[in-house]
Design a protein around this ligand. Structure first.
Ligand SMILES: Cc1ncc(COP(=O)(O)O)c(C=O)c1O
Length: 398
């Protein structure tokens, strides 16, 4: 069995199937580049989080807020809303309004972002019921001036960060000083500022990095421990939001995150405490529910390397190029023959436009359909029109 194989993603008679459909059929009907999201898989991912947290003893004390920055495709958001299992983590006024347009109530939305303008704050302030988290002194002051006496969250920075395989680009906190949250050294000042505007600090929030898997769980333990220091400075905290960052496998060597161990660590820290726990994953919920279908247009050997060119570039799914996260390519149809090492490259005139450098693949020919897996998060949501090659389609499969 291949590492990526599962019930809704596998070969049957040499044809790749996703969400119960033949991938080649999808490409024939709707063309490429196109994203497909499996609605059942995304709900199953959320349900797995619920089961782990409930199993660890946190039943009735947790909420899952989907980080919609991962994928804001409206049908997907409405589908998640209909599941009744998630609220939303939003990071811009437009995201908040989009979530509401997709069926979420303002009370289900937790807002956390930095570098907010006065205009942003005014827009947010008009939305009744929105749970605001302030990640800087500046926002505490300006939010307090707009509406003294409200409840707020404060994002904190424990100077410890977590990420897949110690990937620096995915770490939000750590040895380098980052823009996120309030450090311990300035926390007393932040609390005093909140008091000045009679803001009640109801939530402590932290998110320290992305993509972490089982090898990083000891660090996860240490980060929670360190963040509870902030909670213990106050007697008003009712919710602790521990962020997102839970990862999914990208290569054969990545074992899936041990979710029960992850939840047990969380539950151990919150045993005997009065606070409720919020989590706000994006990747874990959306990433493996999506594939990106492409068409191979060029197969050519240059010196010792066989390049396989496709009809989309890194601008439609930036993670392989920007964060060094490989997306496994799978041919829609398996042709007989030996595997060959190839490099899969895109149609953008940039050196970093490489989907996968040096991967052993079954025979690939011009005109074939290729699927990239793990394209459900931070792909379409971050797509740009670079080189005016920004066109793509999206479909929710239910
Ligand atoms: C504040 C906050 N919460 C949650 C997330 C979601 O992270 P992930 O998709 O890794 O779970 C992010 C990602 O940037 C974030 O900044």
């Amino acid at each position: 069995m291949e590492w990526w194989e599962r019930e809704d993603l596998r070969y049957g008679d040499g044809e790749l199937e996703f969400a119960g459909r033949r991938v080649e059929d999808l490409a024939e009907q709707f063309g490429t580049p196109s994203f497909y999201y499996n609605g059942r898989r995304i709900v199953a991912n959320v349900q797995r989080l619920h089961d782990a947290l409930t199993g660890a003893g946190l039943e009735g004390r947790f909420a899952v807020k989907y980080a919609m920055k991962a994928n804001r495709f409206a049908p997907l958001l409405s589908h998640l809303r209909a599941s009744g299992l998630v609220g939303i983590d939003a990071c811009s006024p437009n995201e908040v309004e989009h979530a509401i347009a997709c069926g979420f109530a303002a009370e289900d939305i937790s807002f956390t972002a930095g570098s907010l303008s006065d205009h942003d704050l005014q827009r947010l302030s008009r939305i009744r019921g929105l749970a605001m988290t302030c990640d800087s002194m500046s926002v505490i002051r300006r939010w307090g001036a707009l509406g003294p006496g409200r409840e707020i969250g404060i994002r904190v920075n424990p100077a410890l960060g977590i990420s897949r395989a110690q990937n620096d680009k995915l770490r939000y906190s750590g040895t380098n000083t980052t823009k996120f949250g309030i450090y311990r050294e300035q926390f007393a000042e932040a609390v005093a500022l909140a008091r000045q505007y009679s803001l009640r600090i109801k939530k402590i929030h932290f998110h320290t990095g992305c993509g972490y898997l089982t090898p990083q769980l000891d660090l996860w333990d240490a980060i929670i421990d360190s963040c509870l220091w902030f909670v213990d400075q106050l007697d008003t905290v009712e919710i602790v939001n521990v962020g997102g960052g839970l990862g999914v496998p990208h290569v054969a060597e990545d074992a899936p995150l041990d979710l029960n161990r992850w939840a047990a660590i969380l539950a151990r820290h919150f045993r005997g405490r009065g606070q409720r726990v919020e989590i706000e994953p994006g990747d874990y919920i959306a990433k493996d529910c999506g594939i990106l279908l492409l068409t191979i247009n060029t197969v050519e050997k240059k010196l010792e390397t066989v390049f396989v060119g496709v009809d989309a570039g890194f601008n439609l799914a930036v993670e392989p190029a920007v964060y060094g996260l490989p997306f496994q390519p799978l041919p829609a149809r398996l042709l007989p023959g030996e595997k060959q090492t190839v490099s899969i490259v895109g149609n953008i005139n940039e050196a970093l436009d490489v989907w996968y450098a040096g991967i052993a693949m079954p025979p690939l020919t011009e005109g074939m359909t290729l699927a990239l897996i793990n394209a459900g998060a931070y792909s379409s949501a971050m797509a740009s029109n670079h080189c005016m090659r920004g066109d793509f389609k999206e479909f929710l499969l239910v």
